[in-house]
Design a protein around this ligand. Structure first.
Ligand SMILES: Cc1ncc(COP(=O)(O)O)c(C=O)c1O
Length: 469
């Protein structure tokens, strides 16, 4: 059975979809973007032409022409009597750059492996034989790794025992497990706006009702709105990235951490704090983890950004009661974290300060280069310079980032348009550009973006640049 997207829901997802070309073309272009960046899944059934034409206030002929255009380009399969289904086939699928027809893939803000990773794998391979007599199904994590992770929190001033750590298959797995454990159908989840897209995917997959509060480049976290939402919607959990927030790169000031942690504690909302990006410091300096201010905070961590994404090692720091609940839930989805990767992670964590210093150096060079390339090529764009993280969150002023992403794809460059980070089509005038790529790649990427941004041109619909919520 295919999922059906209603006309009203599609109208919300489409956001500001019109461009200066014919309406049918603009509509087809936007649906294609939603499909390619994951906001609409392959296999989803589109609303009937009549339903969408009513939802959008368009003639049915226009919607029919848009569907026909999608069909001609192989993005829509229509079977008589069962509607029109989106298709993402072959080279259009979200595959690695060398498979997808992309020559440069800026859709991922992730750096190549830390230089010591190969040696850590060699050492782990030598240790593996000693583990082969065990069953290898490890649901909580190897003691040495849990110890090393706990030590990394103690080094940041947060007392932590190894039994407050569960090792997971990356932070995404950790978030999924935590959400399945905390969330019950009908409850709400509070998120920052913008936020990390795959967190939204996780919440959507459980049918969660999402409420949001803004994080703005001028002004930061809107805590008054967060508190209002916590009181009004009583969310069971709130998902936050207080350190080098993805995508803005911003960090929450200490007094705001303290304030939000206390408010959540009082109101009974569990804070799920994603620290996947927390070690990506360029020139900020240490700040206390959110869990310092509230013992019920659940913290997610990962070696994905600081070490290597392909390692697939993450963890959950939580109190023992929560750990017991997580363990009961875990076997529904997986039967443990692979041992070899845990050995690699244990040895990498011994060099955490060096990893942080190396990343910091690379990220500083990438950030400074990208900022200067953009200042030269696209001076009209507002570029806030973050003090850490992996990417710039750019206000493109009048250029639609969805249109830009579509045009970029034709040039072999993968970009994620702003609305992928928001709800209901927000952030159409924002673009995330990662700076964790080589100098040549950054130069080439900016060259393409600046060339196509003039072709995409100014969007005829000039929405006021509301602080997008
Ligand atoms: C904020 C955030 N959380 C989680 C993840 C996923 O982490 P992992 O690769 O450890 O699953 C990412 C990766 O992009 C991220 O940016």
């Amino acid at each position: 059975m295919n999922t059906i997207v209603t006309g009203r829901r599609l109208a919300r997802e489409l956001g500001e979809w019109r461009h200066s070309g014919p309406a049918y073309q603009a509509l087809a272009d936007r649906i294609r973007i939603l499909l390619m960046d994951g906001r609409l899944a392959s296999g989803v059934r589109l609303p009937a032409e009549r339903e969408l034409s009513i939802a959008l206030g368009l003639s049915r002929t226009t919607v029919a022409a848009a569907y026909s255009n999608l069909r001609d380009e192989g993005f829509l399969a229509s079977i008589r009597g069962s509607g029109s289904t989106l298709v993402l086939a072959g080279s259009n699928r979200g595959e690695p750059a060398h498979h997808s027809g992309l020559t440069l893939d800026f859709t991922k803000a992730t750096a190549p492996a830390y230089q010591g990773t190969a040696a850590a794998y060699t050492a782990a391979a030598a240790q593996m034989p000693a583990y082969l007599h065990q069953d290898g199904f490890d649901l909580v994590g190897q003691p040495a790794l849990r110890d090393a992770i706990a030590q990394s929190y103690r080094d940041r001033g947060l007392p932590t025992n190894a039994d407050e750590i569960m090792v997971t298959i990356g932070a995404q797995h950790a978030l999924n497990l935590v959400t399945r454990t905390l969330y019950s159908p009908g409850e709400r989840i509070l998120v920052e706006q913008p936020t990390y897209p795959h967190a939204l995917d996780t919440f959507a997959s459980l049918g969660a009702r999402i409420v949001a509060f803004p994080v703005r480049q001028q002004g930061g976290w809107d805590l008054a709105e967060a508190l209002l939402q916590i009181r009004r919607a009583a969310p069971s959990m709130a998902f936050l990235m207080p350190d080098f927030h993805n995508p803005t790169g911003m960090s929450m000031p200490v007094h705001e951490r303290e304030y939000l942690a206390a408010a959540a504690q009082r109101e009974g909302t569990v804070l799920v704090v994603d620290e996947t990006t927390a070690h990506l410091d360029i020139d900020r300096g240490a700040l206390p983890p959110m869990a310092s201010f509230n013992p019920n905070v659940i913290t997610l961590g990962s070696l994905g950004k600081i070490g290597w994404g392909g390692l697939r090692i993450g963890w959950i720091r939580a109190n023992r009661d929560i750990q017991a609940r997580l363990l009961r839930n875990r076997t529904a989805s997986d039967l443990g974290t692979p041992l070899m990767e845990q050995l690699v992670a244990t040895s990498l964590l011994q060099e955490l300060p060096l990893m942080v210093a190396c990343r910091s150096r690379e990220l500083r060079a990438g950030r400074d280069l990208l900022v200067s390339l953009l200042a030269e090529a696209l001076p009209q764009w507002s570029v806030a310079v973050p003090d850490g993280g992996l990417s710039l969150w750019i206000n493109t002023e009048t250029v639609s980032s969805s249109a830009l992403a579509l045009a970029a794809r034709r040039e072999g460059l993968g970009l994620v348009p702003g609305p992928r980070f928001g709800l209901d089509g927000a952030f159409e005038r924002f673009l995330r550009l990662p700076f964790c790529y080589s100098q040549e790649q950054l130069r080439e990427g900016v060259h393409i973006v600046s060339r196509i941004s003039s072709q995409v041109g100014e969007d005829p619909i000039r929405m006021p640049l509301q602080a997008v919520v």
